[in-house]
Write a protein that binds this ligand. Structure first.
Ligand SMILES: [Fe+2]
Length: 232
């Protein structure tokens, strides 16, 4: 069952360019294909990775059954402190910013983003779809954000206070203007967003923290989940 607000979709995004303005702001992610209006059930959904190693897997082939549920209007929580500055964003996401970190940062104190309001009626079908991909797991929403254009970011952090599998599904219109950057075993990797949908799955551990950050020059929708494979 899908609520009506999920069905009205697909008219290009963003609706608004000025993301530093007030409260009742909505944004919209466009699915290039016609959305499914029914949840596909029965049989496990399997993701087809384009990049895959032990800690990080990436694909732009996000199943329609999920992207269609994320497509449409999202309301943002009011936040007057969101003032994008592209140089500030680039600086906070630079390797040199991380080199200055003296200890673990579990949650990023520095960020420029808007939090989305997520009605339960809309969240539940998304989690049901993810359960097809990640069976016998507990799946929790971890953060639904809209990074504003020209300086949206989340600074370096590890999330090491919450070891689990993390899944972030993102949408950008143009691509190659926003990224997820991470450092693992001393090596920096910049994973640029492709146009449309991208899904990244990575493993958060306490022992070998994977530092990561996010940078955006165009509006970037990002929905995250913590996945604990604890029901096996
Ligand atoms: Fe994170």
């Amino acid at each position: 069952m899908i609520s009506a607000d999920i069905i009205k979709m697909n008219s290009g995004w963003p609706l608004t360019n000025n993301l530093s303005q007030d409260a009742a702001m909505t944004t919209r992610a466009a699915n290039p294909r016609e959305p499914e209006h029914e949840i596909v059930t029965g049989g496990a959904n399997v993701l087809e990775w384009e990049t895959s190693d032990e800690r990080m897997k990436i694909t732009s082939k996000v199943p329609d059954s999920i992207s269609s549920l994320l497509t449409g209007d999202w309301k943002c929580e009011p936040d007057d402190s969101v003032k994008p500055d592209i140089e500030e964003a680039a600086s906070h996401c630079s390797p040199s910013a991380l080199e200055k970190a003296e200890k673990d940062i579990e949650k990023a104190p520095d960020k420029c983003l808007r939090r989305l309001m997520v009605p339960r009626t809309r969240l539940v079908p998304i989690i049901m779809q993810l359960a097809e991909i990640y069976p016998k797991s507990s799946i929790q929403m971890s953060g639904f954000f809209l990074y504003p254009e020209n300086g949206g970011y989340m600074g370096w952090h590890t999330n090491s206070d919450s070891p689990c599998t993390r899944v972030y599904i993102t949408h950008v219109k143009e691509g190659e203007k926003s990224f997820f950057r991470y450092r693992l075993d001393g090596e920096y990797v910049t994973s640029w967003d492709k146009a449309g949908w991208n899904l990244r799955q990575f493993e958060v551990t306490k022992e070998n923290p994977m530092w990561h950050c996010v940078y955006a020059e165009e509006p970037r929708l990002s929905v995250g989940f913590r996945i604990n494979r604890n029901l096996l």
